[in-house]
Design a binder for this molecule. Structure first.
Ligand code: GUN
Ligand code: FE
Length: 419
């Protein structure tokens, strides 16, 4: 048993931030036992780690990130998606054919995610299985939770970053076999997006999804170009999402759709039916996508939403920064397309970043009893003589803080050293 003292804050739902000022959180075997204003009699004698009035919050979940693009963050950000992929991203990803190229980049990525308090992530790698396994092992060794996908591309892709359909399916099945029974880090099917996947590949992956009971992550209606291209290639489908549905890829595990910026009514139907997670990646939206997710409308439609860094279309790992960026973009959305929704607030975006995102990985993302104590201690946000409420300090952290404000990290209930 361990007890931590501070200003404890977590999301209960979209509207509600639960705040326990000057309180104690008890942790037993790595799981939250309860939160108390005073230490209960039954815990007398248990050592207390006192963080004063620092915030204690759940660690973040990044529901969409390309670990192999960590090395290109902040580069080529003047381009739009298709050019950015062809000029920067595809050539860069091709180097991951060499595991010795991949190793230091994945090491740097994993260390950086821990530094920024992201302890759970849905991760794209590249088409290369051997390099993907290097990342897989590092995540496992650190005790992080992740869904990791070897990317599939067999169509309309450059020669240097393209598989045959047969090879793509075979390598994916080996990857699934290698990691069946993974405890905290698990495989997920990862067709890059419709424009780089043949029908045979998508339908073949659907069969693997059913056989191995494994979910799927991909990019869905992320740009007008991508949405139109998907329907051009699959004229028998009514929406980008329906392609994945008909391929048999949905309902076998988590379905995680990045961006969802231009959904049709049929996309919404599919996403509701299969409880897909739609991932808002505000930095990527600004950098290479140039469309804005209608967060408020999608929430009102009942969709499950979370946040993603989308490195390298996004440029940094801090999901707390995506909380702020999501609020900023929602204002632009309301201003230019008021019918698509209202400005969201910090309760909304912190919920997406923690409890909603965490749901995909199990009992993480909140401090309700029984949840894993994956936690961050946040401090040094107040100006001398200007006290702020815990919710205000959270908001300031998201807008103006950085990893230096994270003074301690707990992963699976244990203190993280050397972050
Ligand atoms: N669509 C297909 N590939 C990618 C990628 O690597 N990043 C983003 N943001 N969108 C994509
Ligand atoms: Fe992406």
């Amino acid at each position: 048993m361990e007890i931590y003292h501070g200003d404890i804050l977590y999301s209960e739902n979209r509207e509600k931030l639960n705040v326990y000022e000057n309180s104690y959180i008890a942790v037993e075997n790595g799981l939250v036992e309860g939160i108390y204003a005073q230490i209960p009699e039954k815990f007398s004698g248990v050592e207390v780690t006192d963080y004063g009035r620092a915030l204690i919050i759940p660690a973040f979940s990044d529901l969409h990130v390309h670990a192999a693009q960590f090395i290109q963050r902040g580069i080529g950000m003047d381009l739009l998606l298709s050019d950015w992929l062809n000029i920067y991203t595809f050539p860069q990803e091709s180097h991951f054919a060499d595991p010795s190229y991949a190793e230091p980049i994945y090491e740097a990525y994993v260390n950086d995610m821990i530094r920024h308090g992201t302890f759970h992530a849905c991760i794209f790698t590249t088409i290369h299985r051997h390099a993907t396994n290097i990342l897989f092992k590092k995540l496992e060794e650190k005790g992080l939770r992740a869904l990791v996908g070897k990317v599939n591309m067999d169509f309309q892709s450059p020669d240097y970053l393209c598989e045959t359909t047969e090879e793509s399916l075979r390598e994916t099945e080996i990857f699934l076999d290698e990691h069946s029974g993974g405890e905290r880090v698990k495989p997920i099917l990862t067709p890059r997006f419709v424009p780089t996947c043949s029908r045979e590949l998508l339908w073949g992956l659907g069969k693997l999804g059913k056989k191995y009971q494994v979910g799927v992550q991909t990019h869905v209606v992320e740009s007008r170009w991508e949405a139109a291209e998907s329907l051009r290639l699959f004229p028998d489908c009514r929406s980008d999402s329906e392609i994945y549905e008909k391929a048999g890829l949905l309902g076998n595990g988590p379905s995680v759709f990045a961006h969802v910026i231009f959904p049709t009514e049929d996309d919404l139907r599919v996403m509701k039916e299969y409880h897909c997670t739609a991932v808002h990646c505000p930095d990527a939206t600004n950098n290479v996508i140039a469309g804005i997710m209608a967060v408020d409308r999608l929430h009102r439609e009942g969709l499950h939403l979370a946040l993603g860094s989308d490195i390298g279309a996004g440029q940094q790992n801090g999901i707390y920064r995506q909380c702020a960026a999501a609020i900023k973009l929602s204002k632009l959305k309301e201003f230019y397309e008021p019918e698509l929704g209202k400005t969201i607030n910090i309760a909304d975006s912190f919920y997406m970043a923690t409890k909603a995102g965490g749901e995909v990985f199990g009992n993480v993302g909140t401090f309700e009893p029984g949840y894993v104590f994956d936690a961050l201690v946040i401090d040094n946000l107040e100006d001398e003589g200007h006290p702020m409420t815990p919710a205000q300090r959270l908001e300031r952290f998201c807008y103006a803080g950085d990893d230096r404000n994270i003074i301690a990290r707990y992963l699976n209930g244990s203190f993280v050293r050397n972050a």
